[in-house]
Design a binder for this molecule. Structure first.
Ligand SMILES: CC(C)(COP(=O)(O)OP(=O)(O)OC[C@H]1O[C@@H](n2cnc3c(N)ncnc32)[C@H](O)[C@@H]1OP(=O)(O)O)[C@@H](O)C(=O)NCCC(=O)NCCS
Length: 211
């Protein structure tokens, strides 16, 4: 059976592993160090990151929800590893969107995700279970979209931003996209009705800045 390397051993990595299995690949998880490897109690193969040179023939994804950590690993191995995209067979795509995502590096699309059309997606983004991304959305590198979040049309999400479970981001318009600044966290269940500043945390309905 063909194998795929997945950085991380926690829940997000194992969700990526589920996609690998669904696509007919055996996941090989990458533990940062011996302590992480010793703590791993799930089924499946695990390698140590320091041994990665013996697995250079694999394709890799980074199954780590923290967007900054994901970006650091991506930068560390940008030249040495073949980062692939992992797309669950149940994800569905508007015209040309699957091809667009397949042209990126390290994007993970979980079960039940729906992309409509004219969407741009950066490298190393994660779209978790049943999230929806609507028309004319622009998503920069290393963004994380949690389960059941809904990004409506004409939204721009900045690099490394983190959209929590069940968030709804209301639409912008053709001349002015709704802006979610870089490095911003939107807490679970929030409804975003205005632009969100960079480096901030928003919660609630309607979403308000708390940090
Ligand atoms: C928004 C969030 C990042 C804040 O985390 P934090 O900085 O550790 O903040 P705290 O837990 O200290 O909470 C600060 C306050 O906000 C409230 N709060 C936290 N998250 C909230 C949320 N999603 N909605 C409403 N209120 C929330 C807390 O009750 C607390 O209120 P208090 O000061 O009156 O007691 C976090 O709660 C969150 O929602 N994370 C997303 C979880 C998620 O979607 N996970 C997906 C995993 S796949």
């Amino acid at each position: 059976m063909k194998q795929i390397g997945i950085f991380g051993t926690s829940g997000m990595a194992r969700e990526a592993g589920d996609i690998a299995w669904a696509l007919g690949y055996e996941p090989v998880y990458v533990a940062r160090d011996q302590a992480e490897l010793d703590a791993y109690s799930f089924s499946g193969q695990v390698m140590l990151e320091c041994d990665i040179d013996t697995y250079l023939d694999l394709g890799y994804v980074i199954g780590i929800g923290d967007s900054s950590i994901r970006q650091r690993i991506a930068q560390r191995y940008a030249e040495r590893l073949n980062f692939v995209n992992l797309i669950h067979p149940s994800a569905s795509f508007g015209r040309g969107q699957r091809e667009l995502i397949e042209s990126r590096r390290g994007v993970i699309v979980c079960a039940g995700v729906r992309f409509t059309n004219n969407i741009q997606v950066g490298d190393f983004c994660i779209f978790n279970l049943n999230s929806t991304i609507s028309h004319d959305v622009v998503i920069d590198d290393c963004v994380y979209v949690a389960p059941g979040a809904h990004v409506t049309g004409n939204v721009h999400i900045g690099t490394r931003s983190w959209i929590g479970t069940g968030v709804a981001i209301n639409q912008g318009n053709e001349s002015m996209k709704r802006q979610i600044g870089a490095d911003t966290v939107i807490g679970s269940g929030a409804v975003v009705v205005k632009d969100c500043e960079p480096n901030a945390v928003y919660i609630g309905v309607p979403a308000r800045r708390i940090k």
